[in-house]
Design a binder for this molecule. Sequence first.
Ligand SMILES: [Zn+2]
Length: 513
Amino acid sequence: MSLYQSYRPRKFSDVVGQDFVKKILANSCKTQTFHHGYIFFWFHGIGKTTLARIFAEAVNCTAITPDGNPCHACDNCVAFDNGKMIDVIEIDAASYTGVDDIREIIEHAKFTPTQGKYKVYIIDEVHMLSKNAFNALLKTLEEPPAHVIFLLATTEIHKVPDTVLSRVIRFDLTKLGEKDIYDLLVKICGQEKIAYEENALRMITHRARGSIRDSLTMLEKCIIDASVTEKNVIDALHLVNTGFLRETFDACMSGDGAAIAHIINTIDDEAIDVRQFATQMTEWIVDHINEAFNKNAFPLYKEIFDLFTRVFVQSRQVSVPMDILRMALYERVKWSLPPVTEKRDTNTLKAIPDEAPIAETPAHSPIPIEEIVSEAIEQKEPTEVPEIIQEVTPVVDEIPAGAAPMMETVEKIDDGVFSPEEFLRRLEKAGIKSTIIPLLKTANIHLDGNTLEIQTTGFCKSKCVEASYYQVLESVAQSFGAQTINIIVPNELQPETSPDEPRAEDLARSLFE
Ligand SMILES: [Zn+2]
């Protein structure tokens, strides 16, 4: 027998929560005053049918206890407990296939009970009744025989016709607190001699979302060798730990490509169920929504919530749900390391490391940055770089003044028309290390839509992509409305030049030595 069945309450006081409803029902039993119809409404697993069953047993009990509970000892109670009380008819409208049968059953209400004083109909998920069955129910409720009591339960009260609702006493049950369910789990573990980790029970409680039935079903799945550990819960329910949920959320907020790549790899490697994960993420965000209010960041939280809701829905429609999740997470990446070519590649989904950033060049790059830099380092012949840069780059003045800020989503530090000089001025103001400024002065910098393009030497690029420089570049670029930065090293920057003149690269390098 399952835990849920074993621990099904047999008296009102054993039902978790619902104190007000329990009191009214027990009081009716004590005073033997019954209405001909009741409806219990709330979401699943909260104890609607449990209350209805205790009540159904109690109305026919011939030795009701002083506190209004069934005695479990009289003939009627014994028959009921053994499932042989023919005057209590239980119908699950959701799974009952013969709709006409239900109609007939309800119409039979006019016949007097054979064993007890009352004929009790428990109709679970009553909103699922067919039209004919509802009509039969309504007809009986309009002229109820004195010996009939209807106990209706529903999770969708709005689907129950008003004509029915107006003829029954309605009990809206209340959601159970996590503490109520947690205490129940602790109590059951104690009685069953099951060792438990508190956090494991909390995870189950939280997953149950107010449903006692779900919590007990989950508890049962998580018992291994008479104990419930956090690991058991994670394994049995295919959950990820809350630390990973936080990590995922933070990565989505920051758009950190390396963190997001790590999340994707972990989900892949550990074969985490995508839909379950998406559900956990949405639940986690709802649970932490106060954080959003405190940080005045509700739209961002909602954005990420929507993302995982979309993953949950869309992953149903594809054969590889991981692809949906993967693409959704990629969307969050702020492409902090631009590829050399315009076409983006997922291989660039790496954070800019503090050291050796140029090692992260995308595989399809026509000229790997490390080659360019090493060539530049090894090349002895000096070149006249600044002049050549002018030849290979478009003229800055061609860019219309109004073309700069394209992306409204980018937070701007202030307004202002883009110019290379203004860009450099802001870089200095933003505290970029002054050593890079001379290098950038020789670069061709222009703004194309939401992309800031810097055409420069391999060495300068290798400096620009270092985290300490890049962060400043990025924030200043954003102040002009740029969303991405492309740092380009044109092929033409490795020309044959006079050996007598020093190379700009070498000059620049000397600044750093
Ligand atoms: Zn009894």
